[in-house]
Design a protein around this ligand. Structure first.
Ligand SMILES: Cc1ncc(COP(=O)(O)O)c(C=O)c1O
Length: 381
């Protein structure tokens, strides 16, 4: 049995409709949204607009036109951070961020932006009161992940959003691990900017993602170029999404993303979450029977997403992942997962961990097979 348990990196397989949509777009549409004015362009633009509408429904976003497509979540996060923060501003983040947030913040820090990382507990828990305590008069933004790709921990986004709104501070959420897999409501969670990948829980192809911007938030551009509208201007247009979408977009990918989002809407996030949580619970239960194995992250399943990182005393995670891949055909991911901060919080910075991340297309049999394979490598249980 070939088992893919690396959905936290990129989901696979994709729904059939996604493969078909990409192929159909490339074979029969072909044109670039917003460029050309012919019927093929109109079709391509319609697909992009449908994708924005579907995403706005999924995230309860205030305005579909506020959704700018990007190549991944990282680009969307950079676009937001560098579009908002200026020297002299203060930004609050968490101590378990992915490098997609951490590295741009470190770059901004070198340019005179003050950064405070609120410490999380070793299992990733963050106290909104601790966050509120570090707000300063110049705090312009709170920027943090919705769920950790290492610890699996869900942060209390609604409570943090309420704190941000109460203080008139903008709130950026990195939904890399939750978009499509956990309910997100930009209105009730007071989210001003939402960065999402298209290629994980939304089941789109590689090279898809986006930033959702609440109306009225002025973002400086970080990339300039052709926008298809107001071409006589020497600056990017003020209107969204054109302001943030310089150059030809990944139109075939967006067609696939539309099919992926429609799949998620049809299945229902609650149903996807229930399936992934059941697999996560089963996986943790089976893994916990292995001697000297530690599961990172919260003990309470409700506080988790479907990313289960473990360490086994006496074993290097990368070697375990190699054996699982080579001898058992089981794809996992080991090391620091681009998130050394989360490993620092968990005390696993030196060797990292071995991560299993089930998705909606995995089965209980696959999860049991993976746990059994690890048991047979390290012995016991
Ligand atoms: C929490 C988190 N943020 C950001 C990213 C970056 O996403 P992308 O690869 O789409 O840029 C990831 C990817 O694993 C992630 O887990």
């Amino acid at each position: 049995m070939s088992v893919y348990l690396d959905n936290a990196a990129t989901s696979w397989p994709k729904p059939e409709a996604v493969y078909r949509a990409v192929s159909r777009f490339m074979r029969h549409v072909g044109a670039t949204p917003g460029r050309g004015g012919h019927r093929r362009e109109a079709k391509a633009s319609q697909i992009a607009d449908n994708a924005r509408a579907a995403l706005a429904t999924l995230f309860h976003a205030p305005d579909p036109q506020g959704i700018a497509f990007t190549l991944n979540a990282t680009q969307a996060i950079n676009m937001a951070l560098k579009g908002i923060l200026r020297p002299g501003d203060h930004v609050i983040t968490s101590s378990i961020e992915h490098n997609a947030v951490w590295r741009p913040l470190k770059a901004l820090e070198r340019d005179g932006v003050a950064v405070t990382a609120v410490p999380c507990a070793p299992d990733g828990a963050l106290d909104p009161a601790a966050l509120e305590a570090v707000i300063q008069p110049n705090t312009r933004l709170i920027a943090m992940l919705h769920a950790s790709n290492v610890l699996g921990t869900l942060l209390p986004v609604a409570a943090i959003g309420a704190v941000a709104r109460g203080h008139g501070i903008l709130f950026l959420v990195d939904a890399a691990q939750t978009a499509g897999a956990y309910p997100i409501d930009m209105e009730s969670m007071c989210i001003d900017l939402l960065a999402f990948p298209g290629h994980k829980g939304l089941y789109g192809p590689h090279g898809t993602g986006g930033l959702v911007v609440r109306p009225g938030i002025a973002l400086e551009t970080w990339i300039e170029g052709g926008s298809g509208v107001e071409s006589s201007l020497e600056t990017m247009p003020e209107t969204l999404p054109e302001r943030l979408e310089a150059g030809t977009q990944n139109a075939a990918g967006i067609a696939g993303l539309l099919a992926g989002v429609r799949f998620v809407l049809a299945a229902g996030v609650a149903q996807i979450r229930a399936h992934e949580l059941a697999l996560t619970g089963l996986l943790i239960e089976e893994l916990a029977r292995i001697p000297n194995l530690r599961v990172l992250g919260p003990g309470d399943l409700d506080q988790r997403i479907a990313a289960v990182a473990v360490t086994v005393e006496g074993y290097v995670p990368e070697q375990l992942a190699d054996v699982l891949d080579q001898a058992f055909d089981i794809a996992t991911r080991a090391g620091l997962h681009c998130a050394p901060q989360a490993h620092r919080a968990a005390g696993t910075l030196v060797h990292g961990a071995l991560r299993f991340s089930p998705g909606y297309f995995n089965t209980a049999a696959e999860v049991l097979c993976a746990a059994e394979a690890l048991r047979s490598i390290v012995g016991g249980g």
